[in-house]
Ligand binder design. Structure first.
Ligand SMILES: [Zn+2]
Length: 424
C-alpha cells in the first residue's frame, strides 16, 4: 500500500491538474440561478451536482422534504456517499446550492460564469459554489491518487441556507442523515478564506415588540391612546440604555470582523398606525410594532438576552398606565462553537501550514450558517466552515472567488481528509 505521504503528493498534483475541471464545475453550478428567495432551479442544480458526483464514483440521492409544499420551487437536496472499508470515519462535505438575488450594480452577467484575471465571477461564486467545487475536487483527487478509504466521504448540496436552511441541512439533520451516529466530521466550505478555519457563530434572537393603543379621531387625540408613544419611548431606551450595555459585552470567540465581537441589537423594522402609501384618515394609531435582531454571545445565552428585552418593554409600559407592550419571539438560533482540540480543526491547521505556509487563523462568523443545524440538531460537534473566497465578497455585486484560493483550499481539504478518513 502506498504511504500516506506519497498519496498526499499525488493528490496535490491531481488538484493542480484538475484546475480547469474544478473551475468548470463551479461555473456550471453558478450558471444555474438558484436564487433564494424564492428558491429557483434547485432541481436542475441538484441534478447537475448529482450527475458529476456519480461520475466520481458516488452513490447519489436526490431528496426533498415530505413537508415541502412549494410546488413551484421544490426544495431538492443532493446527498452522495463514497464508501470505503467501513462506514466510519465519515467526513461530510456540505455546500448550499442557493444564492441571494443578484441585486443592482453588476458590471457583468451574474449568472454567466465569467473567468477573468484569475477570478471566477458570478452570484454564488464566493458564497459558495466555488467552495463546493473545491471540496468535490479535493475528495476526487484522493481517489485519483489511489487512496483507500477507511470510512466514507459524503457530499451534500443543500437548499435554503440563505433563508435559514430548514429544508436543507436542518432537514438532513432531523432525518438522521447528518447525525452523530453516522457523521464524524463536517466541513462547510463557506467563504472564510484559504487560511482561516471558522469554528462557529454567535446567537440570533429575532423578536417583535407590539404596542396596542386606542383608536380615536385625529382631531381629538385626547380621546384615544397612541400606540406610537410607547414604541418611541421603547426605541429611545433601547438606544440610550440597552445598546450601551450590549456594547460593553465582548465574547471570547474569535469573531471576524473584530467589531462583531460585541453583543448587538439592530432594529429591523418599525411600523405603526396607517400604512404610509395609502390615503390617510385622521386616526390615532391603535397598533404598532418593531422587529428586533439581537445578536447574543455564547457567554450571555438566549434566556438572558430575551429577558432583557422583555424587561425593557415592561419598564417602558410601567411609565404610563395606558401603555401596552408585549414581546413575541420570532426566531432563535443558538450560538455554537467547535470544541478546542477537535481533530478536524487540528487536521485543517496542519494542512493549512503545509499548503499555505503559515499558521491558520481560527475565526468565528459574524452571522450564522448551516453549522447550527449540524451541531444543534445533528449532534455532530466536529464541524467547521472552511473554504475559498473572501467573506466580504458574499452578497456583493460583481462577486468573485480567486481561482488560486480554490486550488489552495482544495489541497487543504484533501490533506485533512487524507488524515481523517484514509487508511494507512
Ligand atoms: Zn453561504
Amino acid at each position: 500500500m502506498p504511504s500516506k505521504s506519497s498519496i498526499a503528493d499525488r493528490a496535490l498534483r491531481e488538484i493542480d491538474q484538475a484546475r480547469d475541471e474544478m473551475v468548470g464545475l463551479a461555473a456550471d453550478l453558478l450558471r444555474i440561478p438558484t436564487v433564494n428567495p424564492p428558491g429557483d432551479a434547485y432541481r436542475e442544480c441538484a441534478e447537475l451536482l448529482a450527475d458529476r458526483l456519480r461520475g466520481y464514483a458516488y452513490d447519489t440521492e436526490l431528496l426533498r422534504p415530505e413537508s415541502d409544499a412549494d410546488a413551484r420551487h421544490p426544495r431538492w437536496n443532493v446527498l452522495a456517499a463514497r464508501r470505503g472499508a467501513g462506514a466510519h470515519p465519515c467526513v461530510h462535505l456540505n455546500g448550499h446550492l442557493d444564492v441571494v438575488p443578484a441585486g443592482d450594480g453588476w458590471t457583468l452577467d451574474p449568472f454567466a460564469g465569467v473567468v477573468r484575471d484569475g477570478l471566477l465571477y458570478g452570484r454564488g461564486s464566493a458564497d459558495m459554489k466555488a467552495g463546493l467545487a473545491a471540496a468535490v475536487i479535493a475528495a476526487e483527487a484522493l481517489r485519483r491518487a489511489g487512496a483507500s478509504l477507511a470510512g466514507t466521504i459524503e457530499v451534500s448540496g443543500t437548499v435554503d441556507e440563505e433563508s435559514g436552511g430548514f429544508a436543507g441541512v436542518g432537514w438532513l439533520a432531523e432525518t438522521g442523515r447528518i447525525s452523530s451516529a453516522r457523521t464524524d466530521h463536517v466541513i462547510i466550505p463557506e467563504p472564510l478564506g484559504v487560511d482561516r478555519i471558522c469554528v462557529g457563530h454567535r446567537g440570533v434572537y429575532w423578536s417583535r415588540v407590539r404596542s396596542r393603543g386606542k383608536i380615536a379621531h385625529g382631531s381629538m387625540p385626547f380621546l384615544g391612546s397612541s400606540a406610537v408613544d410607547p414604541l418611541g419611548r421603547f426605541l429611545e431606551r433601547l438606544r440610550t440604555e440597552l445598546r450601551p450595555a450590549l456594547s460593553r459585552r465582548r465574547t471570547d470567540m474569535p469573531v471576524v470582523p473584530a467589531e462583531a465581537r460585541w453583543a448587538s441589537i439592530n432594529v429591523n423594522a418599525v411600523a405603526a398606525g396607517q400604512a404610509l402609501l395609502t390615503p390617510q384618515t385622521p386616526c390615532v394609531a391603535d397598533a404598532g410594532e418593531v422587529i428586533l435582531d439581537r445578536r447574543f454571545l455564547i457567554e450571555e445565552g438566549f434566556e438572558a438576552a430575551r429577558r432583557e428585552i422583555v424587561e425593557l418593554a415592561a419598564a417602558v409600559a410601567a411609565e404610563n398606565g395606558g401603555w401596552k407592550l408585549e414581546v413575541e419571539d420570532m426566531m432563535v438560533v443558538h450560538p455554537t462553537r467547535t470544541p478546542a482540540g477537535d481533530p478536524l480543526v487540528l487536521a485543517l491547521e496542519d494542512a493549512i501550514l503545509e499548503v499555505v505556509g503559515h499558521d491558520a487563523e481560527i475565526v468565528a462568523s459574524p452571522g450564522t450558517y448551516d453549522h447550527k443545524h449540524v451541531t444543534r440538531i445533528g449532534g455532530v460537534v466536529s464541524c467547521v466552515a472552511y473554504g475559498p473566497g473572501v467573506l466580504e465578497q458574499a452578497h456583493q455585486p460583481d462577486e468573485w472567488c480567486r481561482i488560486d484560493d480554490m486550488i489552495g483550499s482544495a489541497k487543504v481539504m484533501a490533506l485533512a481528509m487524507l488524515r481523517l478518513a484514509v487508511a494507512g
